[in-house]
Design a protein around this ligand. Structure first.
Ligand code: NAD
Length: 420
């Protein structure tokens, strides 16, 4: 690749460095390796919206397909002020490795609109979503690319996307997105899937380390879809949730927080701040509080070279995408902290998205107990495969997970060959 890149961003540099390192370990064919370093296609769109004030504002949106060699693109849609072409491209690349690692018939994709979703009214969010969907419509479809919720987007966002796409087709097309509300073809258990997948990954980690989850002290940074579900389910497993945070800051109590009461507090006051009986902490401080398991479930680059040596946890389960920088990764490894990498730990969401897509294509829906049993089976199998590979190769879990994911995508490129 030339020195100057269209995809310039910290996360893209990290994703490329990971790919290059693992390509060396796998002795990847240099021609396939070169192809894997670029997205297949990337679309940049402007999204003009009439704001509630009557003024028109233009937002910038992206949809990127990293590869579609194993199937249609799959990846979330993010509304965040940090969204850039480079970030979305890096996240699409991570989706490629994640889908392949989990054995799903998908390529890697991602989308985003640079905006502050909390500053938009419901009407503005709906218009933004519908216009963005119309602008990227050439790239999406049940057999082309299937978006899902991510940071700053939710079930409602997916319902608007599905409706907009369906209107252009003259028929209802549930398979164009996943993470939809149940009433319009969503799957039982999808909302909880990523958080539940984290718990299944932690079951296996605890089993391999010969400890029980019961009594483990857990801190969760980010109390959104993923973080709040992980916290609630782990509390149900007998863990002590000692700290949680959201974008405004966190709360900490070494004796444990009552998660049910905390959820009621969040529903009322729209944030964890001010929860009675807990001391306030910043998002920087919360990562450094004493605990056994740390779950970063907010945004990227939270564990860095400047704080990695103050992390007290013995296990870091990466719910967010890219929460640990490569420098911090080295520090954690040297300190003996086990990091369950994002492409494994948070894969529960895309696994149940796959179940939702299959159910939608067949118009045949499964019970929640079937969904969770199959999710547990897929997470357990993937975790144990990664664990065994890490032991065999003498590597950490991230390297092993990347090796497995990248090897499968590369094999797809090899057998399909290079068109024309
Ligand atoms: P969400 O928008 O529901 O919740 C995000 C949470 O993080 C909120 O509590 C928010 O206040 C907090 N937050 C946002 N910016 C922050 C910042 N700068 N510092 C600290 N906290 C901040 O999003 P989500 O769906 O729960 O996703 C969380 C993470 O998990 C993201 O990194 C996302 O890419 C990843 N992820 C999500 C899914 C999914 O199924 N939703 C799947 C895989 C990975």
């Amino acid at each position: 690749m030339t020195e100057k890149s269209e995809f310039e961003s910290d996360l893209y540099r990290t994703a490329l460095a990971q790919l290059d390192r693992v390509a060396g370990r796998l002795s990847l064919d240099p021609d396939v390796h070169e192809r894997l370093r670029y997205p297949r296609r990337a679309l940049v769109v402007s999204v003009p919206i009439q704001m509630d004030s009557g003024k028109t504002e233009v937002f910038i949106g992206y949809r990127v397909h990293h590869n579609t060699v194993l199937g249609p693109g799959k990846g979330g849609l993010r509304y965040d002020l940090e969204v850039s072409l480079g970030e979305v491209t890096a996240l699409a690349m991570l989706m490629s490795w994640k889908c392949a690692l989990m054995g799903l018939p998908y390529g890697g994709a991602k989308g985003g609109v640079r905006c502050n979703p909390r500053a938009l009214s419901l009407r503005e969010r709906e218009h933004l979503t519908r216009r963005y969907t119309a602008e990227i419509i050439l790239l999406i479809g049940p057999d082309l690319d299937i978006p899902a919720p991510d940071l700053g987007t939710d079930e409602q966002t997916m319902a608007w996307m599905m409706d907009t796409y369906s209107m252009t087709q003259g028929k209802t097309v549930p398979g164009v997105v996943t993470g939809k509300p149940l009433i319009v073809g969503g799957s039982a258990g999808r909302r909880e899937a990523t958080g539940r997948g984290i718990v299944y990954a932690l079951y296996q980690a605890a089993r391999h380390f010969g400890v029980s989850l019961r009594g483990q002290k857990v801190i969760v940074q980010g109390f959104g879809n993923v973080g709040s579900v992980a916290a609630r389910l782990l509390a149900g497993e007998g863990c002590l949730i000692t700290g949680v945070s959201d974008i405004k800051g966190g709360v900490f109590n070494p004796q444990g927080l009552d998660i049910r009461q905390l959820e009621a507090h969040v529903a009322e006051s729209r944030g964890v701040g001010g929860f009675p009986g807990a001391e306030p902490v910043t998002n920087v401080e919360i990562l450094e509080q004493p605990c056994d398991i740390l779950i970063p479930a907010a945004v990227g680059s939270q564990i860095r070279a400047d704080n990695a040596d103050r992390i007290k946890a013995t296990i870091v389960a990466e719910a967010a995408n890219g929460p640990t920088t490569p420098e911090a990764d080295v520090i954690l490894r040297e300190r003996g902290v086990a990091v369950i990498p994002d492409i494994l730990a948070n894969a529960g969401g895309v696994v149940v998205s796959y179940f939702e897509w299959v159910q939608g294509l067949q118009y045949y829906f499964w019970r929640e107990s079937e969904i969770t049993a199959r999710l547990q089976e897929v997470m357990t199998r993937a975790f144990n495969r990664v664990w065994a590979l890490a032991n065999k190769e003498g590597t950490d879990l991230r390297t092993a997970a990347l090796m497995e994911g990248i090897r499968r995508v590369a094999e797809g490129y090899r057998v399909r060959g290079l068109y024309p």
